[in-house]
Design a binder for this molecule. Structure first.
Ligand code: CMC
Length: 471
């Protein structure tokens, strides 16, 4: 071996050996050496620092800004460089060459499928698109203007009650999620049914009968068929739009420990059944800081109304009155690589559906924001949601369906994490600790001796209650 290479290796191994923290606890003068592995220290090592009462030192970290809570092999993000990879494959390459169902296989099973594996995978998923008639009947009972995410969350949760054979709550002493066949069955069911639930939520909203899944159509075509077919015998969706949606689904399939995926793992840790986990993860996604951002972006663009209103809108944002939706990210401190691809898809969709006028406001908003000190200083760039709303609008989807279009593909990522969670013996029930600053050990006060508290006055008095008091 070359001498200089050998020297380099020795230096590297010395550096690795010194990869640790030496902490002096000034409360008692004790010193502790804590190893650093992959850029983090173990919580249990920090816990070796104890106070006089023997209590472990804790880490206060709202929003888990600095907390690593699991080991994963599913996706990799480098937020500074704007890199996203699924199982090691760059997102750009997958978006160009793959399909959503193939990517879902990759995420959930770890490798790209062979031709035969893919055929089986697609067949199994498409054969699980049918809903139990009691589920479809239940879905018809939602109010006509129910938000489709509310419908989706409730329906996925209800589905748990239809599959008792997989529900750990009903199987004392058994561990159903150690059974690969049983797990795969739930994966096929959830992947298959999510497009039907999404389409039915939409059909219910517009007061049209549900379309049963069709034979001979692929996953995306089937979804669009169930959404849009009226009574045409030869309904066929536009291939350019099918491909656009396929790519959008690839981009949304997985994004490591975002709020909803963290919720999925959180719920899985209590051993609740997978349908309830999916409902909980979808509920987390629904929020406008997460998967609801695409809907929020569109409502924001409509509210801005014209390019001339952008400067005053941005002044309000900078003054802390509202946010520029579709901008900013916890991990990306550079352009979100998905947003670059989404921007390109917009032109393909416009060539079929016509240009959505809101795109002009979005592009000008982006241009101004990217040259504004406020956004530059905070490293706020467009994220995946900034342009998707404009594309979905041009495709004719109603605004409240946008988070549903995010949820369908993200189910693949959630299931990948669910499977990974159950296979990892290091995982435990999630149980963070709190910084308790409330009152302690008080004597109970009988009701006739209690004072009306400020909290009750300020937060609970409703209009109705106020009217009652006046009367
Ligand atoms: N518009 C204006 N200011 C912002 C924005 C924004 N979109 N995002 C962050 N900031 C400011 C924030 O006010 C704060 O400023 P200061 O330091 O002066 O207090 C600073 O930037 C840091 O913000 P933060 O809220 O501490 O950052 P975070 O990492 O907790 O939040 C975020 C990340 C995505 C929730 C946030 O950027 C946001 O609310 N963006 C708008 C909603 C959105 O587009 N969400 C979609 C995220 S991508 C899709 C997904 O995976 O969910």
């Amino acid at each position: 071996m070359d001498n200089s290479v050998h020297r380099l290796q020795i230096i590297q191994s010395h550096l690795l050996a010194r990869s640790s923290l030496t902490i002096t606890d000034n409360r008692n003068g004790k010193t502790l050496e804590v190893p650093i592995k992959n850029g983090f220290v173990l919580g249990k090592d920090m816990g070796k620092l104890k106070n006089q009462e023997g209590e472990n030192l804790m880490v206060y970290d709202p929003g888990y800004m600095q907390t690593v809570c699991c080991t994963s092999r599913i996706s990799y993000i480098d937020g500074d460089k704007g890199i996203l990879e699924y199982r090691g494959y760059p997102i750009e390459e997958l978006a160009e060459k793959s399909s959503f169902l193939e990517v879902a296989f990759l995420l959930i099973n770890g490798e790209l499928p062979t031709k035969m594996q893919f055929e089986k995978w697609e067949h199994k998923i498409l054969h699980h698109t049918y809903l139990h008639t009691d589920i479809s009947r239940m879905m018809k009972n939602f109010h006509y203007d129910a938000h489709p995410m509310g419908v989706l969350v409730s329906t996925m949760s209800a589905m748990s009650t239809f599959q008792p054979e997989q529900n750990p709550a009903l199987l004392p002493g058994m561990d159903p999620y150690k059974d690969t066949l049983l797990m795969n069955k739930q994966i096929y069911r959830i992947m298959g049914r999510i497009i039907t639930v999404a389409a039915y939520a939409y059909r219910n909203r517009i007061g049209r009968p549900f379309n049963e899944p069709a034979q001979g159509l692929n996953y995306i075509e089937n979804f669009l068929y169930m959404m849009d077919r009226l009574n045409e015998g030869n309904y066929k969706s536009h291939p350019k739009l099918v491909r656009a949606l396929d790519v959008l689904f690839i981009l949304h399939a997985e994004h490591e420990l975002n709020c909803s995926t963290a919720a999925m793992r959180h719920l899985a840790s209590s051993e609740v059944d997978v349908y309830t986990c999916i409902a909980g993860a979808a509920a987390a996604l629904y929020g406008r800081k997460h998967g609801g951002a695409n809907e929020a972006v569109l409502r924001m663009l409509e509210e801005i109304g014209s390019v001339s209103n952008i400067p005053s809108f941005l002044e309000k944002v900078k003054a802390g009155k509202g946010r520029l939706m579709g901008f900013g990210h916890r991990v990306y401190k550079n352009y979100d690589p998905r947003a670059i691809i989404v921007r390109k898809i917009a032109d393909d969709v416009f060539s079929v559906c016509g240009k959505e006028p809101l795109i002009d406001i979005a592009m000008e908003l982006e241009r101004i924001a990217l040259t504004d000190k406020y956004f530059i200083d905070r490293k706020l760039y467009p994220n995946v949601d900034f342009y998707t709303g404009v594309i979905y609008k041009s495709m004719g989807f109603p605004t409240d369906m946008f988070p549903v279009l995010f949820t369908i593909p993200r189910v693949a990522g959630w299931l990948a994490h669910w499977k990974e969670f159950h296979a990892d013996p290091e995982n435990k029930i999630v149980r963070p600790r709190q910084n308790y600053i409330g009152k302690r050990t008080r004597d109970y006060v009988p009701v006739d001796k209690r004072q009306k508290s400020d909290f009750f006055l300020s937060s609970v008095t409703s209009t109705r209650a106020k009217r009652r008091e006046v009367n």
